[in-house]
Write a protein that binds this ligand. Structure first.
Ligand code: ADP
Ligand code: MG
Length: 249
């Protein structure tokens, strides 16, 4: 589903601040794989996500999504294929719009429909059902401004927004890091449920090593713009949090 080949990224080239963020990175992810991504601050994790979603361009290399070369495809064209959730629950939703309005805009964007077109009652019902699936009672709060929800509720709505139409790839960038432990656990459980039920190819950055091993089917660790660990299957099952922590640089 995703193929990253020899992707190189240097920030502030030819200045004293020159920094190699990604070193000829290679990564292939199969359809339905749920990959957890760990690594120290500045390892290049978010840069990989930025390059996949198009918010920054790489200096060289190729990014392919479902067989299409998207290396230089504009952000707006990728938006209907790539779902992304950030650490900050304020990012990615419009706080002054209601829960319902945010969901409808996300749906129309994924369907590549004009945001101003009025959704049919069938579409509205589908959106409401997806919200009800969360079992948080949010289907009764469609007219609440989303900025009034708690961080955990907003991330739950963001998950629904990103997956109303199945994305080819879901990118989660420490999406539970700003939440209290109980909400973080609840959002992780929801993530697992939505990703596995819909077989969504997912990359999830987390600072929680226990989550990195408990969730998903494969774990990669990045350091200084390179992938230094890539494990799945039995090898991953045997890996302990302690062993992974000892690899942090
Ligand atoms: N837009 C940018 N301009 C300059 N430097 C950047 C930019 N984005 C990231 N960096 C630098 O690249 C390195 C990798 O950043 P990032 O991918 O955000 O790391 P991580 O998500 O693993 O913590 C860091 O040293 C960061 O300061
Ligand atoms: Mg980051």
């Amino acid at each position: 589903m995703l193929r990253i080949e020899s992707v190189h990224k240097v920030f502030n080239k030819n200045t004293p601040d020159e920094f190699i963020a990604l070193k000829s990175l290679n990564l292939s992810v199969s359809e339905g794989e749920f990959v957890t991504v760990i690594g120290g601050n500045g390892a290049g994790k978010s840069t990989v996500f930025n390059i996949i979603s198009g918010s920054i361009l790489c200096d060289s290399g190729v990014v392919e999504l479902d067989g299409t070369d998207i290396t230089y495809m504009p952000v707006y064209k990728r938006a209907s294929y790539v779902g992304r959730i950030f650490q900050d629950p304020m990012k990615g939703t419009a706080p002054s719009l209601t829960v319902g309005e945010n969901l409808i805009i996300a749906y129309m964007k994924s369907m590549k429909k004009n945001n101003l077109s009025i959704p049919s009652s069938k579409e509205k019902n589908y959106i409401k059902e997806r919200l009800a699936d969360l079992k948080l009672g949010l289907e009764d709060r469609l007219n609440t401004k989303i900025g009034l929800l708690s961080g955990g509720q907003r991330q739950a709505v963001a998950l629904v927004m990103a997956t109303l139409v199945k994305p080819k790839l879901l990118l989660l960038d420490e999406h539970t890091a700003a939440l209290d432990p109980v909400s973080a656990e609840a959002v992780m459980e929801l993530t697992e449920k939505i990703v596995t039920e819909n077989n969504i190819t997912t990359l999830m950055i987390t600072h929680n090593i226990t989550s990195a091993l408990d969730y998903g089917s494969r774990t990669i660790m990045m350091d200084l713009g390179e992938i230094i660990i890539d494990v799945c299957g039995e090898e991953r099952k045997k890996l302990t949090v302690q062993e992974l922590v000892s690899q942090y640089k």
